[in-house]
Design a protein around this ligand. Structure first.
Ligand SMILES: [Zn+2]
Length: 246
């Protein structure tokens, strides 16, 4: 089940429950509804509101977190095709996005994504799930620890818990605020898509926290700022070049 975005691998096994739209860790823990037909990326270019696809294009071209993740996906055999793997849609609640493993598609909630910076964070967060889906046999539905691991990584590496975002949430000043933020957001993200108790979600996060929090792939470090992300991207390309030469 490792094949996804664009990869040559097989899709989810037959009979496996369709992956519900997963949260982006932004906003309230409510999964988006699917009452209406999907709007394709290209067709959405021709609708009234063009801001979602345009912000997405800009993010894909300029954001260092996203550029690194796109390179890493390609390197892992899961090249991302913007027209196939992203979808701008209206979502319920104030969910900002989700990764649908059944279709290997990232949903961007055009009614909730407020600006370019927000778009970049959502795309980064969801691409980390897509990266995990590509490189590992993630049992999103049957093993809550797998989900917890990817949510920990997405919260930690996407900038969701960067200092500026935390200041906006008035959590500034907490000791170890990054780790605390990552734990809290991972639990919320799990609760958004699983009908389990907070205690069960916290237990799953605790069980895998140490190893998943310290797994910084493909960044090689926690990219607290865009500058770190640029360095990480440079290092990744050098590493890529090095390995392709041996
Ligand atoms: Zn998530």
């Amino acid at each position: 089940m490792a094949g996804a975005p664009g990869g040559g691998g097989p899709g989810p096994a037959a009979g496996e429950p369709l992956l519900q739209r997963r949260d982006s860790g932004q906003g309230s823990p409510e999964p988006p509804a699917h009452g209406q037909p999907r709007q394709g990326f290209l067709s959405s270019l021709f609708t009234r509101d063009q801001s979602c696809p345009l912000m997405l294009l800009k993010t894909l071209e300029t954001n260092p977190y996203v550029k690194l993740l796109l390179d890493a996906m390609k390197h892992s055999g899961c090249a991302v095709d913007p027209g196939r793997h992203f979808s701008c849609e209206d979502c319920d609640g104030n969910v900002s996005g989700g990764f649908d493993a059944s279709t290997s598609q990232i949903v961007l909630c055009q009614n909730n994504i407020r600006n370019e910076a927000h778009m970049s964070r959502v795309v980064t967060h969801e691409l980390i799930h897509a990266f995990d889906h590509c490189r590992a046999h993630v049992h999103w539905f049957t093993n809550v620890r797998h989900l917890a691991c990817s949510e920990i990584r997405a919260a930690s590496l996407s900038g969701d818990c960067s200092l500026v975002n935390e200041i906006f949430r008035l959590h500034f000043g907490l000791k170890q605020h990054h780790q605390t933020c990552v734990r809290d957001r991972a639990v919320l993200s799990i609760l958004a898509v699983r009908n389990i108790s907070r205690e069960e979600a916290q237990k799953a996060v605790d069980e895998v926290f140490e190893s998943c929090f310290n797994d910084h792939e493909p960044f090689g470090r926690i990219p607290h700022t865009k500058t770190y992300a640029r360095y990480a991207h440079r290092d990744f390309r050098n590493r890529d070049r090095y390995y392709s030469n041996i």
